[in-house]
Ligand binder design. Structure first.
Ligand code: HSE
Length: 297
C-alpha cells in the first residue's frame, strides 16, 4: 500500500510568540508518497533538485522517522518519496513539513498507534537536523492544523487555538537566512519592560483569535524582542510592513526565522492587494521573490 500525505507550510512565531505560536497554511505544501518496506529502516527519495540529503540521519524526514522507529518494538521500514512544494530555507516551515508529513504517514501505515502530540515529539528530531534546535512551533501546526500554542516543550503541551477566517500573504525574498544563524544573533537576555510588552501581545493575540476580534489581533501583532534584531537580515522589511498595513492588512512580520514575511488580512481582496504591494516593492528593489496568498488551514 502506498499512501500520499500533503504536508503544509507553516508560519512560526506569529510575530509576538517566538517559539510558542504557529499556524498552518493552505498552500504551499510538500507531497509525500510513503510505503512500508520489508527491510527495516528508512529510505528517502528526493524528487527535486534541491540537493537535500538522502542519508536518513541527515535528512529531516529521515531523522523524524528514526525517532518514531525507536518507539516501535518491531523491525519496520519505510520508503518516503518527497516532492518539495515548499522551498527549503524560505522560512515557512519547509523542514517541518517533511518531518511532520513523514511521521504522520508512518503512523497511518502502522494503524494510528501514536497520538498527535507523540508525532510532534518525533517530528522535532527533524528540526534538530535542520536548525540544531528541537523547536515545535512549525511541527505542531503542521500536524494539528490551524493555530497552535506550544505552552511548554518539556513536557510538550500543545493547545490548538480556534481562529476566525484569516487570509495570509507571504513574500519570500530570494535570499538565504539559516535558522541556526538567525537564532545565534538573538540576545540571550531581555529587559523586563520588553517582556511585559511581549506577553501582553501574546495574550492579546490569543484573546483576539478566540473572540474573532480582528482589531485586537492587529494591535497584538507587535514584537519588540526578536523582530528588531532579525529584520536587519531581510531586505525591504520595513517597507513591506508599512505599505501592507496601508493596503489594509491587520499586521504581520517575519515568518519563522525568515527571510519570508507574512501579513494577515481579514478578506481575500485585501490579501491580494497586499500581494501586489509586496511584488511592487521587490521588483523595484531588483530582487527575486515568490509570493503566496493562502488561508490559515
Ligand atoms: N521559532 C523558530 C525561530 C522558528 O524563530 O527560530 C524557525 O522556523
Amino acid at each position: 500500500e502506498t499512501i500520499t500525505i500533503l504536508a503544509p507550510g507553516t508560519v512560526a512565531n506569529v510575530v509576538c510568540g517566538f517559539d510558542v505560536l504557529g499556524f498552518a497554511l493552505s498552500h504551499p505544501y510538500d507531497t509525500m508518497k510513503m510505503r512500508r518496506t520489508t527491510e527495516p529502516g528508512v529510505v528517502i527519495i528526493n524528487r527535486d533538485d534541491y540537493n537535500l540529503p538522502t542519508e536518513p540521519t541527515r535528512n529531516v524526514a529521515g531523522a523524524a522517522l528514526l525517532a518514531l522507529l525507536r518507539a516501535v518494538p518491531d523491525d519496520v521500514g519505510f520508503e518516503v518519496e518527497i516532492t518539495k512544494g515548499i522551498r527549503p530555507g524560505s522560512g515557512i516551515g519547509s523542514s517541518a513539513a517533511s518531518a511532520a508529513g513523514a511521521v504522520v504517514g508512518a503512523n497511518r501505515l502502522l494503524g494510528n498507534i501514536f497520538s498527535p502530540a507523540e508525532l510532534v515529539e518525533f517530528g522535532t528530531y527533524g528540526e534538530e537536523v535542520a536548525s540544531g534546535v528541537r523547536h515545535a512551533d512549525n511541527i505542531a501546526p503542521c500536524i494539528y492544523g490551524g493555530v497552535t500554542l506550544i505552552r511548554s516543550t518539556t513536557p510538550l503541551d500543545i493547545i490548538p487555538i480556534a481562529a476566525p477566517p484569516l487570509f495570509v500573504t507571504v513574500v519570500h525574498p530570494q535570499i538565504e537566512v539559516k535558522t541556526s544563524d538567525a537564532r545565534q544573533i538573538l540576545k540571550k537576555q531581555i529587559l523586563l519592560r520588553d517582556a511585559i510588552i511581549q506577553w501582553g501581545n501574546v495574550g492579546g493575540l490569543i484573546a483576539g483569535l478566540l473572540q474573532s476580534d480582528y482589531d485586537l489581533i492587529g494591535r497584538s501583532l507587535q514584537d519588540v524582542i526578536i523582530e528588531p534584531v532579525r529584520s536587519i537580515l531581510i531586505p525591504c522589511f520595513a517597507a513591506v510592513k508599512t505599505r501592507s498595513k496601508a493596503a489594509g492588512a491587520l499586521g504581520g512580520g517575519i515568518s519563522g526565522s525568515g527571510p519570508s514575511i507574512f501579513m494577515l488580512s481579514r478578506d481575500e481582496a485585501t490579501a491580494q492587494r497586499v500581494e501586489s504591494v509586496m511584488q511592487e516593492i521587490y521588483r523595484a528593489a531588483g530582487l527575486d521573490f515568490h509570493t503566496y496568498v493562502s488561508t490559515i488551514n
